[in-house]
Design a protein around this ligand. Structure first.
Ligand SMILES: *Cc1c(COP(=O)(O)O)cnc(C)c1O
Length: 407
């Protein structure tokens, strides 16, 4: 099998020019090896061997392209990187051990002491901790602002700002950022505009089309879609990704070949899964909105959502995550969650299985009461990551939750 290592070619990009993201999900980053296997090869190896001492020297010296060690590059990981880069429309992707490793690598590679970050307030809880607790230790300050408050964004930017970081739609309130406006603000201030595109995936939203410099994913969520492993990825220009790659290669939180293979296969069904998530979530949101025990539903697909039009412009669908408040407080929200029987009580999201969580005491439980209030995480808030089960069965399970509030 030694011949194979020389033949990690992919279907050339020129053959895939102009095809849709649905097709790229299945065809981009596909190996063409001499085995011509229809699935994709997996290369679970820590290091690679050479034909001669001269070849080893050429590889190490950078005179010959090729694999050396799986902390640097690995063909299975590369296959996943090629595919997600093509889907996002970015020049290059760099895979990481988790979504947090993707965010960390971006910051470590592109920021230095004294730099300033402006970040949207409702970001993933751990992202918040990374900026507030750890990057702060190294002299990188972060200002948090409301995702949709453009005046606050303008006020927060200083001459030291190097990164503008957002998630859109936000978690769990589904607020939608105006990416074009934020990209312009970042550009005018010589800062990079980074979008965590975890919730939409490139199937529903391609932030580069709206001026993003870097797109980040927790692959753990929708890219896998079946809750099997952790991973992340950073996508951007060759120039920026060379820096991110350099950090990862030196620091180590790279993606394992096995996980890369899972994600690579996961991408093949991502377009059809995302459409199923969107359809179920929209129908469920509309139905929940009509229930008397439900106070408010947060989902950008609803006409009642303040950024519904913006979401319709930026996104090809509204995603699978929605949240809602019930009349009452934490005990009512918990009673609702506990009365469900089919959906999974877990903080994970992006799975084909519907999950339910109480953000105030789980995903956002570490926020201070003030930060919680600012982020709109109230005690009566429940988040659903709507899966692909039959809609009627999901409604029936939600009815159990509603019934618990009637007694
Ligand atoms: C889960 C998540 C992350 C972190 O990803 P991990 O793979 O858990 O490290 C980052 N951003 C968003 C939006 C997430 O949902």
């Amino acid at each position: 099998m030694t011949h194979r290592r020389e033949e990690h070619t992919f279907i050339p990009e020129s053959d895939l020019e102009g095809v849709s993201v649905d097709t790229l999900a299945v065809r981009a980053g596909q190996h063409r090896t001499s085995e011509l296997e229809h699935s994709d090869a997996i290369f679970p190896t820590s290091s690679f061997v050479y034909g001669s001492a001269a070849q080893a020297a050429a590889r190490f010296g950078g005179d010959e392209a090729g694999n050396i060690y799986s902390r640097f590059t690995n063909p299975t990981v590369q296959a996943f990187e090629e595919r997600i880069a093509a889907m996002e429309g970015g020049e290059r992707a760099v895979a990481t051990a988790s979504g947090m490793a993707a965010i960390l690598a971006t910051c470590m590679a592109l920021l230095e002491q004294g730099d300033h970050v402006v970040c949207s307030r409702g970001v993933f809880g751990t992202t918040n901790v990374l900026f507030q607790k750890y990057l702060a230790k190294f002299g990188i300050a972060t200002t948090f602002v409301g995702l949709t408050d453009m005046d606050a964004w303008r006020d927060a930017v200083t001459d030291r700002t190097r990164l503008v970081f957002i998630e859109t739609p936000s978690n769990p309130l589904c607020e939608v950022a105006d990416m074009t406006a934020l990209a312009a603000l970042a550009r005018d201030n010589n800062a990079l505009f980074v979008v965590d595109n975890c919730f939409c995936t490139p199937v529903l939203q391609r932030p580069f089309e709206f001026g993003a410099d870097i797109v980040i994913h927790s692959a753990t969520k929708y890219l896998d879609g079946q809750g099997r492993c952790l991973g992340g990825v950073v996508v951007g220009s060759q120039k920026l990704m060379e820096e991110v790659y350099g950090f990862l290669r030196s620091a180590g939180p790279t993606m394992s070949p096995f996980n890369a293979w899972i994600f690579h296969k996961g991408l093949e069904t991502l377009p059809i899964r995302m459409r199923a998530h969107c359809e179920n979530a929209l129908q469920l949101a509309r139905w929940l909105e009509q229930q008397p025990a439900v106070e408010k539903v947060y989902y950008a697909g609803l006409e009642s959502h303040p950024q519904h039009e913006l979401a319709s412009r930026q996104q090809d669908g509204y995603g699978g995550v929605l949240s809602f408040t019930v009349h009452g407080g934490q005990s009512e929200a918990w009673a609702f969650v506990d009365a469900t029987r089919m959906v999974s009580i877990t903080a994970n999201l992006g799975d084909v299985k519907t999950t339910i969580t109480h953000p105030g005491t789980t995903t956002h439980g570490r926020l201070s009461p003030e930060d919680k209030a600012l982020a709109g995480i109230t005690d009566n808030l429940i988040r659903l990551s709507v899966g692909v089960e039959a809609l009627e069965d999901l409604k029936n399970d939600m009815r159990r939750g509603l019934q618990a509030l009637e007694t």
